[in-house]
Design a protein around this ligand. Structure first.
Ligand code: DX5
Ligand code: ZN
Length: 220
């Protein structure tokens, strides 16, 4: 994506109040969120657990915004149909979590959903070379996945490499960054080629009346 492309903000509900998820989603929708970033963790691929498809299905009636579902689970192909049926719009899997990434991306698209791949910090951009035609989103992890509130790992070279790969592909593919994104590093990420900023703790702070201001600060 070129830096001039409109930047989308995807608040991560990992930092929301889990006892009030529906209310929190309505609040970030009203505050100007573009995508709702939903982190699913299995306690195996990452050292933390969140929730599964039934929760996403129940949240679906709280907003019409894009559900950007980030699956941090091993062998996501086993549960894919649950996340399709729950009302996900974009389904992002980790390249490190499946032996058959190409087939899995085909399956996501065959189900009528947008397909994304997330890359852990140590996974090179070039690992996506042979699946570019199947991608609608690339999610660059700038923390080791599992928790909100971690320090951002600067990987702007990797982001620029992926932006160039997307340009070569010649289609709109979202280039998303997830982990420690805040008002201080957002502009650098956008300059490197990011067009979707995922942010948990920097959006869900200081109470719901601040969500709009927090989102606007990320847009710059
Ligand atoms: C981490 C998750 C992120 C997390 C980001 O594994 O994928 O989406 O919520 O949280 P912050 O923005 O606080 O780093
Ligand atoms: Zn995430």
């Amino acid at each position: 994506m070129s830096p001039s492309k409109t930047v989308k903000i995807a608040p991560s509900i990992l930092s929301a109040n889990f006892a009030e998820l529906g209310t929190e989603i309505r609040a970030i929708d009203a505050a100007g969120a573009d995508y709702i970033h939903i982190d699913v963790m299995d306690g195996q691929f990452v050292p933390n657990l969140t929730f599964g498809a039934p929760v996403i299905k129940d949240l679906r009636r709280y907003t019409d915004k894009v559900f950007d579902v980030h699956l941090m689970i091993n062998t996501p192909e086993k549960l894919l149909h649950n996340f399709v049926d729950a009302g996900s719009d974009i389904i992002t899997v980790h390249g490190e979590a499946t032996a058959h990434l190409h087939r899995l991306l085909q399956s996501i698209r065959a189900a009528g959903k947008k397909a994304g791949v997330a890359l852990n910090p140590a996974t090179p951009a070039e690992s996506l070379a042979h699946v570019m035609p199947l991608l609608d989103m690339i999610l660059v992890m700038t923390v080791n996945p599992g928790f909100g509130g971690q320090s951002h790992i600067p990987l702007n070279d990797k982001i620029s490499t992926l932006a160039a790969m997307i340009k070569d592909e010649g289609r709109d593919i979202d280039l998303s960054v997830d982990g420690g994104v805040n008002a201080d590093n957002a502009q650098g990420l956008i300059t490197a080629g990011t067009n979707v900023l995922v942010a948990g703790s920097s959006v869900f702070k200081d109470g719901a009346e601040k969500y709009q201001e927090n989102i606007e600060k990320l847009r710059g």
